[in-house]
Write a protein that binds this ligand. Structure first.
Ligand SMILES: NC(=O)c1ccc[n+]([C@@H]2O[C@H](COP(=O)([O-])OP(=O)(O)OC[C@H]3O[C@@H](n4cnc5c(N)ncnc54)[C@H](OP(=O)(O)O)[C@@H]3O)[C@@H](O)[C@H]2O)c1
Length: 332
């Protein structure tokens, strides 16, 4: 089988299509013929050894997949060859075949394509865990979503609306603002591209405060970080929840006096660890995501597809801050 491998730390241009022996399903595993693998920001980080997960090399990036079961390992019940599934193996998805733990797989209904299915879990399961569990978002509350046209950001916009919240999207271009509005955002603001000096951060804080209104945002969903974080925190409501999701703009530092002044919480979000520690709660979220998808309240937004040989271009586009929604690599 073929896989797009990282042989040494580096950018997407270092990835090479390589022939490998077919994997075998170990005990408790499913062997999957990968039909689609979605690209996410962690793929940018993992090939440069900048992600929390550091697989031994060579490895294929590609954190989430849709595919068909072609082998069932010892002790696995409830799965058969030919079953369609989606899963988040974390890496290894940019391969024609992958062995995954059966316990981590979810069935993909026949009416859903592999391409859409591959683009569901990582972003929507992160955002539903963030907004429901960590953010305690309620109907009628205001949620400010930074990076709102990206993968997890668009998912947060849709889920915020599904919850009955007022969603204010914040993005870096008018095209991205349109995408956020199309996904249901009540309002969308276009912020400048950082880094910012003190005056720039003050202007950004004023922009966020004007957008959310005098009461502030009950929940702030931040998958951007960097110089955007402190200005956003300044727009939080009394007893608001600030969700720390990701850092493409850098890892920020926050003055803790701001949390005292608003009696607010800064909440870390780590979906992968949550899903491992509480698989039943995660499975309940995934079931809710499928219901919301059936009800038309969410749907993965795939803006472009790639072939395996060109998958590095998808990773490069995410790194360059160019992508709206999700990119998916179709395989085989
Ligand atoms: N905590 C968790 O459990 C969890 C789970 C999944 C992902 N994540 C993290 O969430 C973040 C977003 O992931 P994603 O897959 O949704 O990525 P994405 O689609 O690329 O979205 C990230 C957004 O960040 C903004 N951004 C600001 N500065 C940027 C820069 N220098 N480079 C690139 N983007 C920049 C961009 O929006 P604007 O241009 O509009 O600012 C972009 O749309 C990543 O840090 C990822 O590791 C965390």
């Amino acid at each position: 089988m073929r896989a797009l491998l990282s042989h040494a730390p580096g950018g997407p241009e270092t990835l090479q299509v390589t022939d490998l022996p077919d994997p075998q399903p170990g005990p408790g595993q499913l062997l999957v013929r990968v039909r689609a693998a979605a690209i996410n920001y962690p793929d940018v980080l993992i090939i440069e050894d900048k992600y929390q997960l550091k697989p031994p090399r060579p490895f294929a990036p590609g954190g989430e997949i849709g595919g068909v079961v072609i082998g069932v390992g010892q002790g696995v019940e409830g799965w058969s060859e030919g079953d369609r599934l989606i899963a988040v193996p974390g890496f290894g998805g940019l391969s024609e075949q992958i062995a995954i733990p059966a316990a981590s797989a979810f069935r993909l209904p026949t009416e859903r394509s592999f391409t859409e299915g591959a683009a569901l879990l990582l972003t929507y399961a992160t955002s539903i865990h963030a907004l429901w569990d960590r953010g305690r978002l309620q109907a009628g509350q205001a949620v400010l979503v930074l990076g709102a046209a990206g993968g997890v950001g668009l998912a947060a916009v849709e889920l915020g609306k599904a919850r009955g919240a007022r969603v204010i999207a914040a993005v870096s271009s008018e095209d991205k603002a349109q995408a956020a509005r199309a996904a249901g955002a009540d309002d969308a603001i276009v912020y400048p591209r950082g880094p910012f000096d003190r005056d720039g951060q003050k202007a950004l804080a004023d922009q966020f405060k004007t957008a959310v209104g005098p009461a502030g945002a009950d929940v702030i969903y931040d998958p951007v970080g960097g110089d955007y974080a402190e200005p956003a925190l300044r727009a939080i409501a009394w007893e608001g929840r600030y969700l720390v999701v990701g850092f493409p703009a850098g890892i920020p530092r926050l003055p803790l006096n701001l949390t005292l002044l608003k009696s607010c919480d800064v909440c870390g979000v780590f979906w992968g660890a949550f899903a491992m520690r509480d698989p039943q709660a995660n499975a309940a979220h995934v079931a809710e995501l499928f219901q919301l998808w059936d009800a038309g309240k969410i749907s993965p937004k795939v803006s472009a597809t790639f072939q395996l040989e060109r998958a590095g271009e998808a990773i490069a586009a995410i790194a360059a801050r160019q992508v709206i929604g999700k990119l998916v690599v179709e395989i085989g």
